[in-house]
Write a protein that binds this ligand. Structure first.
Ligand SMILES: [Fe+2]
Length: 416
């Protein structure tokens, strides 16, 4: 989302973003809204209520005079992690909330929408800048939950032996595949972090200098076929390839292949949002943990890129790719133009931490990003379920290194 200066633009952006969330949920049956397959995922019903709670808490309550919350206890149910706002229902028990019903949650959305449109129609000089900033934050927050909805629906459905398809009409793109090309980058002092006027999260700031040695990057993601080579070469059995935590994890969990794969030898299927499909050897390998990405890179005699290396490369590329609006909801084989944004979030070797001089947002919104700056890794680029226009070179996604329900993959890097 980009900043909106005109009230009519703001209202249109709000309507469009909210409607898109409901469109994502439209293929769901009522029963599907309740599922929480693992602690990391949330029921779709919780997501669509939580994003409404965000607008209610950070915009309607402080800025719309006389606003009355839809329900006095919904703040407890649908606060995610904002400790300074109040207590909250445990994350692991979101799937136990059979009430409010799906119908009531949609009524809650309607209530919030009605009052948000009143607020956006009555901006005045005293609150205008702050309301517009928080609106942009709320819309970008809802876009993040749109991506999470697809991630979580996929995981929820994957545990059903019937392997239900979320949609049967998704576009599928096959490709012939091609070798990766290597791009060379010169050493020097570079700048990373958000610059300019466009919306960005606090964790992308301040823009600052970094010293980089010369490096090389593959111009596309690693494919299923290449990853099968790693598996067939005993990659999951060779401790020399693994970080200690990763080796412990794959043995404890008996991981032998990426998440959502089933099969053996050279005959593999993959669960997708379009249901079970034969594995396309030319598609980028998807749903890897950082440990698996790192082990593959070591097996290939290369390494993962750092955040700064990848950000500098992304900044030089046009911001286009296979995002959610391609309506595939699955990564596609690389084209001749290279594969930079979209398809899959690229794991980096960089721990998610504060940039020099980082200052979180004021007040409770300062809990949005900064307090998660420990023990997670940065991912860059966006993916096939990221809303178009949501990501950028400086965007910092972050997950724990063992997480693999996100649409995550890898690109190889090397020293020049
Ligand atoms: Fe959230």
């Amino acid at each position: 989302m980009t900043p909106q200066n005109d009230e009519a633009d703001c209202i249109e952006a709000y309507r469009r973003t909210r409607a898109h969330t409901e469109w994502i949920c439209s293929p769901l049956e009522t029963d599907d809204y309740q599922l929480q397959s693992i602690v990391e995922t949330s029921p779709p019903k919780w997501h669509i209520a939580h994003v409404s709670w965000f607008f209610e808490t950070f915009l309607l309550a402080p800025f719309l005079p006389g606003y009355r919350p839809f329900h006095p206890r919904f703040a407890f149910l649908f606060n995610s992690y904002y400790e300074t706002v109040g207590n909250m229902h445990p994350r692991a028990k979101r799937g136990l909330l059979s009430r409010p019903t799906v119908e009531t949650v949609y009524d809650y959305r309607t209530h919030v929408d009605k009052h948000m449109l009143t607020l956006l129609s009555s901006l005045h000089d005293g609150n205008r800048d702050e309301v517009l900033f928080r609106l942009q934050l709320g819309l970008n927050h809802e876009q993040q939950h749109q991506e999470l909805l697809w991630m979580d629906i996929k995981h929820n459905f994957s545990l059903n032996p019937l392997a239900p398809a979320y949609r049967t009409d998704l576009k599928v793109q096959a490709g012939a595949g091609r070798p990766a090309r290597w791009l060379d980058y010169e050493e020097g002092i570079r700048q990373i972090g958000a610059a300019g006027e466009g919306f960005h999260f606090d964790n992308e700031t301040p823009r600052h200098r970094v010293l980089l040695n010369a490096w090389r990057l593959a111009d596309r993601l690693v494919t299923n076929s290449e990853y099968l080579g790693f598996m067939q070469d005993g990659g999951y059995d060779d401790p020399r390839l693994w970080l200690a935590d990763g080796w412990h994890l794959i043995r404890q969990q008996n991981w032998r292949h990426p998440l959502y794969w089933s099969g053996s030898g050279s005959d593999w299927q993959e669960f997708t949002l379009g249901g079970m499909r034969s594995l396309d050897p030319q598609q980028p390998v998807c749903h890897l943990s950082c440990y698996e990405a790192d082990a593959y890179a070591r097996w290939a005699g290369k390494r993962l890129p750092t955040e700064a290396e990848l950000e500098c490369a992304l900044a030089a590329q046009p911001l286009k790719g296979n995002f959610a609006d391609s309506d595939r909801l699955q990564p596609a084989p690389a084209t001749d133009e290279g594969q930079w944004y979209g398809d899959l979030w690229n794991w980096t070797s960089t721990p998610y931490g504060a940039y020099p001089g980082f200052k979180p947002l004021q007040g409770s919104m300062g809990e949005y990003n900064g307090k998660f700056m420990a023990n997670q890794m940065v991912l860059k680029g966006g993916c096939c379920v990221t809303p178009a226009g949501h990501t950028r070179a400086s965007y910092r996604n972050f997950y724990y290194p063992h997480d693999r329900w996100a649409f995550s993959g890898l690109r190889l890097a090397d020293d020049a």
